[in-house]
Design a protein around this ligand. Structure first.
Ligand SMILES: *Cc1c(COP(=O)(O)O)cnc(C)c1O
Length: 458
């Protein structure tokens, strides 16, 4: 490689001072110019051509602009998976959005007692709503449910033993394993039973002097069938209490409504655990609760107070914006308006006929698409085998591969489901206000394809 070819590349200064980059932040322009020139240099080293000066400038401008765009970008979820972990889990209610914007905009009495003018507790907003809804004595909210598990065991079980069934040592997705989170608390896990069967006697034999708690974990998106046995919560509570040990129940999804009303299997509810006598119940804010990311711990006051006083409580505390959103979401349940106002429940309750009616004009907007029957999933680690009947727009007929079509849709902000070589759009997870954008994306892709075919030499 001759020195001469490299000299075809402009200097960082020359690119960065180009008039077309003048409006952009200088430090970012210099950084990205270095990256772009580095790539060009390796290409030249591999006997590739040197890029034209104008192309370097335009490349830098495009990359700087992309870097400055507000992220995360809005997507349309056409997968039919209601709690899609990769797409940000639960979209939240307008009431929660308004409360979050208000909390972010100004100062507030989040930690201020207006009567005394002194410092207040940030838990006073959430606690009365949670206790009213569930019958629990006390509650606190933290950053997420993993943090609630970590804080509960750190405060209540460090250097002591926690008895748990081998059937509940699950991975909840993204490589995160419940037993690993638990071990971080310095509690020693005493595993009982086998993967498929754990009996009351297994727990009873394991509870001893060093036992700090018996723990139950919702197996999340994992379901065992066939030769299985687990201990019902009432019996587990009785066994723990007979030995003066608290029962901690990680219920996972935080379903406050009865899922059987929507034709789904029964997802365990946190209020049922409290009624059964569980001493501490933990759940997420952004799964079937339908609120912002949060973890809620509720139960006996003495246990909640020990958690609130633990140093980790400060590290995992919920921020003011999420507290506002969570409180507004919980208020909708208290007012009996959850099903009507919280997006995930609206999606779960959406009548099939409404979905079909919206699917038809979308299918009619591109050649060859059709409306067929499909199934929507709840997702988010809840109800793994359960689905809801839906109508989907099947895009088998557009003349490109399913993978290429799904990629073209993603590029236009629509995430579809690919099944058996077909691209499917499930309207259950698309807000009706987004239907026009879906049609525009499909028309754009179909038009692009028609243009390409017209340009092809015959
Ligand atoms: C999802 C889940 C968690 C983790 O909750 P995050 O709010 O995502 O931290 C913990 N336990 C169970 C049983 C879960 O389903």
């Amino acid at each position: 490689m001759s020195q001469g070819t490299f000299q075809l590349l402009p200097s960082v200064d020359r690119v960065a001072s180009d008039a077309r980059l003048r409006e952009l932040p200088a430090a970012l322009v210099v950084d990205i110019t270095r990256d772009v020139l580095d790539v060009a240099r390796s290409r030249i080293a591999a006997n590739g051509p040197a890029p034209a000066f104008d192309d370097v400038v335009l490349d830098v401008r495009a990359r700087v602009t992309a870097r400055l765009e507000a992220v995360p970008r809005r997507l349309i979820n056409a997968t039919g998976v209601i709690l899609h972990t990769n797409l940000g889990r639960a979209p939240i209610a307008e009431e929660a959005i308004a409360a979050m914007a208000e909390a972010a905009r100004g100062y507030s009495d989040l930690e201020f007692d207006r009567t005394t003018g002194r410092r207040g507790s940030r838990h006073h907003l959430i606690e009365p709503l949670v206790t009213a809804l569930t019958g629990a004595e006390a509650a606190i909210a933290v950053n997420n449910n993993a943090a609630a598990v970590l804080l509960a065991l750190s405060a209540l079980a460090a250097r002591r033993e926690v008895v748990i069934s081998r059937g509940e040592l699950v991975e909840i997705g993204g490589g995160f394993r419940i037993p690993d989170v638990m071990r971080q608390s310095d509690a020693r896990l005493v595993e009982v039973g086998t993967t498929n069967r754990t009996r009351l006697r297994d727990y009873e034999e394991a509870i001893g002097e060093k036992t700090a708690a018996v723990m139950r974990v919702h197996p999340s998106n994992f379901r065992m069938t066939g030769f299985t046995e687990s201990v019902p919560i009432d019996a587990l509570v009785a066994a723990a209490h007979a030995r003066d040990v608290p029962l901690i129940d990680d219920t996972g999804s935080g379903a406050l409504l009865d899922t059987t009303r929507f034709g789904l299997a029964a997802e365990p509810t946190p209020q049922r655990s409290i009624a059964a006598g569980a001493d501490l119940v933990l759940f997420s804010g952004d799964k079937l609760l339908g609120g912002p990311q949060a973890g809620i711990a509720m139960g006996r006051r003495a246990l909640i107070e020990r958690m609130a006083r633990h140093p980790l409580a400060r590290a995992v505390r919920l921020d003011k914006v999420s507290i506002a959103g969570l409180a507004a979401t919980l208020r909708l349940y208290v007012e009996g308006r959850a099903e009507e106002r919280i997006p995930i429940w609206r999606m779960i309750a959406m009548p099939l006929a409404d979905i079909e009616e919206r699917a038809r004009p979308i299918a009619a907007s591109v050649p060859g698409a059709s409306v067929i029957a499909g199934r929507s999933m709840v997702g988010g680690g809840s109800l793994p085998d359960e689905s809801l009947p839906t109508a989907v727009v099947s895009l088998r007929a557009l003349r490109m591969s399913a993978a290429a079509l799904a990629a073209a849709l993603r590029e236009r902000g629509v995430v579809a489901r690919v099944e058996e070589g077909r691209v499917l759009l499930d309207l259950r997870t698309i807000d009706a206000s987004e239907d026009e954008a879906v049609i525009a994306a499909l028309r754009g892709i179909a038009q692009g394809q028609a243009d390409e075919e017209a340009a092809r030499p015959r």
